[in-house]
Design a protein around this ligand. Structure first.
Ligand SMILES: [Zn+2]
Length: 268
């Protein structure tokens, strides 16, 4: 009898844990259906009644993502992240979550607008969520990223950049697009190794040693040229150093930083 009760409890536990994301998945399907329906109609009166007629063309497909934003979750486990992204009240999500052991979980179709970037900009792009795919790495911000996780990230980047023809320079960190507000992925993220695999940019380290900067070199222009929002220059510098000179992160540009900036302009 005791064993039977235990069996029932185990059954309830397994069914509950299996259905843990059922509500979120049901709402996803409902929302996707609603979005599909909204594509069928073109409202002639949506822009100040200036459109007098609608004639539907058959030549179209869905818009594609053209930017990839890398994050660390700042949470304790992948399970915690899944729950956060599945709950409606959190109002946050990401297309992919990569666990410490390299497991990749997809939570949104690549073609829908995820809620991972928040306010921010990159170059002239001021709506990062509309343009991008969000990839969250399960990491608390203090620990190194595991080999398995980075390996999975590189395979995912390969798949996404090929599928959507996303250029290397359009792979950025959350801190790049939101200086002063975000510092993920942390200084431990291996940007240089990722760039060597062909994703994201890096500078030519051989040229750094003997480089003499031109007298008229403008580092603020270089930061802007790369994509940083320089309206708060100190924050932009901090984000830049977090990515390209992560052993000397500060709000000040050194001579070495200026040389890195100069060389980075060649990579875009
Ligand atoms: Zn983030």
């Amino acid at each position: 009898m005791k064993n039977f009760k235990l069996l029932i409890l185990l059954f309830i536990f397994i069914s509950c844990s299996k259905n843990i994301y059922k509500i979120s998945e049901k709402k996803y399907n409902k929302k996707a259906k609603k979005l599909g329906k909204s594509l069928v109609s073109i409202e002639p009166d949506t822009i100040n009644y200036q459109i007098s007629d609608v004639i539907k063309s058959q030549n179209f497909n869905l818009r594609k993502p053209n930017l990839i934003v890398i994050h660390h979750t700042a949470q304790d486990s992948c399970q915690q992240t899944y729950k956060t992204f599945a709950l409606e009240r959190t109002q946050v999500s990401s297309h992919y979550v990569i666990c410490d052991d390299g497991t990749i979980t997809q939570m949104l179709n690549d073609l829908v607008r995820g809620w991972h970037a928040g306010g921010g900009s990159w170059g002239k792009n001021t709506d990062i969520n509309s343009a991008s795919i969000g990839i969250e790495l399960d990491n608390d911000g203090k620990e190194p990223f595991s080999y398995a996780q980075i390996n999975s990230l590189v395979s995912l980047l390969e798949k996404l950049t090929t599928k959507y023809k996303i250029p290397a320079e359009n792979i950025v960190g959350h801190s790049d697009i939101a200086p002063g507000r975000k510092t993920d992925p942390s200084a431990l993220f291996p940007w240089q190794a990722i760039a060597k695999s062909g994703y994201g940019i890096w500078y030519d380290e051989q040229k750094l040693i003997d480089l003499k900067l031109p007298l008229d070199f403008n580092p603020v222009f270089a930061l802007k040229y790369i994509g940083y929002n320089t309206s708060n220059l100190k924050n932009a510098i901090y984000s830049f150093k977090l990515r390209f000179n992560s052993k000397e992160v500060s709000h000040q540009l050194t001579e070495k930083d200026k040389k890195i900036l100069f060389l980075l302009m060649d990579e875009i």
